[in-house]
Design a protein around this ligand. Structure first.
Ligand code: DAH
Length: 347
């Protein structure tokens, strides 16, 4: 017995311990073998020997378990000691960081639309199914849901949840929180189960929402045209509004800018490039947020942040945005000491 206990205690790592365990307690281990031989003893001897072997087995099992816990604790302690990071190290002096193009583009959007009176609103990445779809006039089984490649999460408190597939649910959150008039923009992370050179499972969008008593399609057009011209720094940028469909707007329009497909030059004539989605907020969406659509109306639009950054800076591939390659960041990033100003345009 003591010899067995000593061997367990001597096991230097989890693998050695497991070998001892199998040797003693495994299917063809020493104890198991002896238990099997009980049948050949007479009843009295069998009872005594059986009880003894069971005690021995229980003691050895407990010893193995205790040794296992000690070894695991030692392993964790060793890893904690080995993986320690010295946070007091001074910074490397010649590596200067830069503002990531996604952050910079969001700053530019906020600067332009902020100057028009829009305030920044936020919402969580994990959103209720209702805010992401239902309240936006996209009922369950609506075909528009199929476009979104949604990451569904486990329900919480009986409420179905998703990783938000667009920033549009921030429209809902804002209208539920504050009474109109409303002017907000909502930049932030969005998620779709999609991955290739131009799609990432996590990307960024910016939403805009304006609600007032007499907001018209003319306001929508003026706002978007002014925004795009300021963003690309091209005063004569051609902008086209094309009838489209979104469940949460009526009428809905996709917005195109003029460019040259062959050279990629923005603002050069010839071809049209889709840049964002927009429309007049659907009466059902207002009503879902307790806003009377006979009294209030407004417009909304939504755009992809990476897409805007790629077009403005001629970036062909989406993947490096998330790879943290210092050479890419140095090339496409912006010096941290160059704040966005509007007085010469943001380009
Ligand atoms: N949420 C849409 C999308 O993710 C974009 C969009 C279209 C937003 C029209 C809007 C809008 O606010 O009015 O594709």
């Amino acid at each position: 017995m003591n010899e067995f206990i000593d061997r367990i205690a001597a096991a230097g790592d989890l693998r050695a311990l497991d070998a001892v365990r199998v040797e003693l307690l495994g299917k063809s281990g020493a104890i198991t073998q002896q238990l099997k031989q009980l049948g050949s003893l007479d009843p009295e001897a069998r009872r005594a020997r059986g009880a003894e072997l069971n005690r021995l087995r229980d003691a050895l099992t407990a010893a193995v378990e205790a040794r296992k816990q000690a070894l695991e604790a030692a392993e964790i302690a060793a890893r904690i000691a080995a993986e320690r990071i010295d946070v007091t190290l001074p910074p490397v002096p010649d590596v200067v960081g830069s503002i990531h193009p996604v952050s910079r583009t969001i700053e530019e959007i906020v600067a332009i639309l902020g100057a028009m009176g829009f305030a920044v609103a936020e919402g969580p990445d994990i959103e209720s199914d209702w805010n992401n779809f239902g309240a936006l006039n996209i009922p369950a089984h609506h075909p528009a849901r199929d476009d979104h490649d949604t990451f569904y999460l486990a329900a919480q408190d009986g409420e179905a949840r998703v990783l938000r597939t667009h920033t549009s649910p921030v429209q809902i959150r804002t209208m539920l929180r504050e009474p109109p008039p409303i002017r907000v923009i909502a930049p932030g992370r969005t998620f779709r189960a999609d991955h290739d050179a131009t799609h990432s499972p996590m990307f960024h969008q910016c939403e805009a929402l304006a609600i007032d008593r007499d907001i018209t399609l003319g306001h929508l057009k003026g706002c978007i045209i002014d925004f795009l011209r300021a963003f690309f720094g091209i005063a004569s940028l051609p902008v086209r509004f094309r009838a489209s469909y979104f469940p949460f707007t009526e009428p809905s329009m996709e917005v195109d800018i003029g460019w040259n497909r062959r050279s990629g030059e923005i603002g050069a004539g010839g071809d049209w490039l889709e840049i964002l989605g927009s429309g007049m907020v659907h009466p059902n969406v207002l009503a879902n947020c307790g806003i009377d659509p006979r009294e209030w109306q407004g417009f909304a639009f939504g755009m992809g942040v990476e897409r805007l950054a790629m077009l403005k800076h001629g970036i062909a591939d989406l993947r490096p945005f998330y790879e943290s390659d210092i050479r890419w960041l140095r090339h496409y990033g912006t010096p941290a000491c160059a704040p966005v100003t509007l007085h010469e345009g943001v380009a």
